[in-house]
Ligand binder design. Sequence first.
Ligand SMILES: [Fe+2]
Ligand SMILES: [Fe+2]
Length: 243
Amino acid sequence: MHTGGFAKWTRRFEDERERRDAQGDPDWGRSAVLHPAVWAGIQRFQVGEDGDGANLVGKADRAGDADYGQAVRLFVAEEQNHARLLARLLAAGGVPTLTGHWSDAVFVRLRRLMGLRMELLVLMIAEVVALRYYRALRDGTDDPLTAEVAGRILSDEQRHVPFHCERLHASLAELPRPTRRPVMELWRLLLLAATLVVAADHGPALRRLGVGRLRFVADVMTSSHAVVSAVLVPCPDAWTSAG
Ligand SMILES: [Fe+2]
Ligand SMILES: [Fe+2]
């Protein structure tokens, strides 16, 4: 099966890891001050970042593209680094991390039943919602440590979305052509449902960050159009020029 040139993604992830190592961590000595509703949101996202990477790596390896398998390992390491950064941020504010919510355990089990394509579609929902959330966190707070952590995570997430788009394009190409767009329309419906849940759950925190619930949902749904086109008709240059 031809899945395209994932060696370039491995290189991008490796370059980023080098840059990260050279840059070092934010200065955790500063304390972080945020509204309790915003802390509660960060606690929930911290648990979400701390996902089940081994599961995805296994599926990527079975997909039979060594470059892709390697890129997925580097991707998982970045997500684990997000969980670590958010845990350190919580510690800087004297706020504890949450132990997993029961819904996370159910979600991990559900994901084990999925193939790579389904897993990436579900993962992409989390990534697209996360993009808008970390942007709100970066731009909506006057706490410098929080803005720095959110900015670092956001720039990683901006790389994750086109990475998954490229693999999903190959996965969808295995389906009969007339079914591809309906699959992505269904994906947008699931994205809408998930975004409505997040907006309801995180409403007070989003308001503190200057983003109303409806605004949040509208922005996520607008950004989903670029994802759907990238999956159906890949155009890697569009992503690079958009930064
Ligand atoms: Fe992340
Ligand atoms: Fe991500």
